[in-house]
Design a protein around this ligand. Structure first.
Ligand code: AMP
Ligand code: MG
Length: 419
């Protein structure tokens, strides 16, 4: 049977490069840039004031020791700026952000002045260049303002918009389809009859996609029948870069996903990985479309989604760092009586940090139907198959859930909060 590493490698080999599309900037939020962008103009575009006050041209003999009175000849404010150069001995009233005219070499903040009709008294003269934001100080024309593969987060979108950039090349969002299988499953808003189960996996997968700003291109629930499964797969593959099925991939007489996939032309790459939970994981491709057949137990779905589907999704999105974030972690107490055999995807919660190492506790009972353990965890470690106990000195790489809160991700922050 394949190891987790080998299986992930196969998935990676078959993951196509993301495709590039030009889009309106305002419709590209959440996607990743497929080009490096340089500034078409400097920022700021012209010298402007950092304060409300007076832009001044001091007389030749100005000094700190004697009071200075200047003639106020006008005003520069938002949208109505003063265009004439200032002669020595004059000033203009100026607002934050308004252009500083030629001849003015500093801005005196309003609180350091006294106004007297068309004159202004300066209480200080400051220093040359005080409170002026010079043109090109933040960025010069031609400077790189966004690297390729930067995510178009709200500030990045605003930053680019500030340069008048209207269209950008981005990695196009992958089209993802979800198919759940199983006669026992019902929609979440239904009252359960004996033996029925709410379709929580579909909700999990839709929510995971939503976190990446994606909606399924095609989403179906099918009964345990070969025809229904084949039909759904065939419909899904036409509109998808990635198809994810849940359930029906094991060895039971009602598990049809593999046969259905092969019937509609998918080429299988692997079935079964040496891992617990999630052993029956299935992976196939048809043309450029990838298919993950996830086993149906809710914890298996979460784990196989995070180990295989999530990094694939991030690669298809063009993310620079598609893997889960990690931290080093250690258990506060030994953990005993682990199963031997397959590698264990072991759920952990982080209780604190000690010398930059996360302190871990098991997230709860590690059984593949117990979603409560996932909700009580911050991530998971991979415990090698042969290892049946964890000792306090053992250090693990903790794979953090993409949704883990700060508690699980920032030792710095945690320390600062606790004083
Ligand atoms: P299967 O992989 O189809 O054999 O399903 C394994 C277990 O997971 C069974 O107990 C199913 O009822 C449960 N299960 C399968 N699919 C879902 C789903 N979409 N939501 C919740 N539970 C599921
Ligand atoms: Mg089933």
């Amino acid at each position: 049977m394949l190891t987790i590493k080998a299986a992930r490698e196969i998935v990676r080999e078959h993951t196509p490069a993301p495709w590039i599309k030009e889009r309106r900037l305002l419709e590209a939020g959440g996607l990743y840039l497929a080009e490096r962008i340089v500034a078409p103009e400097p920022l700021p575009g012209i010298d402007n004031s950092a304060m409300d006050g007076y832009a001044v041209a001091l007389p030749e003999d100005a000094s700190v020791d004697k009071p200075i009175k200047l003639k106020v000849i006008g005003e520069s404010r938002a949208g109505m700026h003063w265009r004439e150069p200032l002669a020595a001995g004059t000033a203009i009233q100026i607002s934050t952000g308004a252009p500083v005219p030629e001849g003015a070499d500093r801005v005196i903040p309003v609180e350091d002045t006294t106004r007297d009709d068309d004159q202004v008294w300066l209480k200080t003269i400051g220093r040359e260049h005080d409170h002026i934001r010079f043109a090109g100080r933040e960025v010069q024309a031609g400077d790189v303002i966004a690297e390729e593969r930067v995510k178009l987060t709200p500030p990045v979108v605003a930053w680019l918009a500030g340069f008048g950039i209207d269209r950008v090349k981005v990695f196009n969002a992958p089209r993802v389809s979800l198919i759940s299988t199983g006669e026992e499953l019902v929609d979440i808003n239904q009252t359960l009859k004996p033996g029925q189960v709410r379709n929580t996996n579909r909700i999990f997968l839709e929510s995971l996609l939503a976190e990446e700003g994606l909606e399924p291109a095609y989403c179906r629930h099918v009964p345990d029948s070969l025809e229904a499964t084949s039909k759904a797969l065939d419909e899904a593959v036409r509109v998808s870069d990635l198809v994810v099925t849940v359930g029906g991939v094991s060895v039971g007489p009602h598990d049809h996903v593999k046969a259905a996939a092969e019937q509609v032309g998918f080429r299988p790459h692997f079935w079964r990985v040496e891992q617990k939970p999630g052993k029956p994981l299935y992976f196939a491709t048809r043309d450029g479309t990838l298919l993950f057949g996830l086993p149906g137990n809710p914890v298996s779905v979460v784990m196989t989604s995070l180990v295989y589907v999530y990094p694939t999704l991030k690669r298809l999105l063009g993310a620079p760092d598609p893997e889960l974030r990690t931290l080093a972690g250690r258990f506060d107490q030994p953990v005993e009586n682990l199963d031997s055999g397959r590698a264990k995807l072991f759920l952990v919660s982080i209780t604190g940090y000690h010398h930059h190492t996360a302190q871990l506790l098991p997230g709860g009972p590690q059984q593949s139907h117990m979603l409560s353990t996932v909700t009580n965890s911050d991530g998971f470690i991979i415990v090698p198959g042969e290892k049946t106990a964890i000792e306090e000195k053992d250090t693990f790489t903790v794979n953090l859930f993409p949704w883990a809160e700060i508690r699980g991700t920032s030792p710095q922050r945690k320390r600062a909060d606790s004083g």
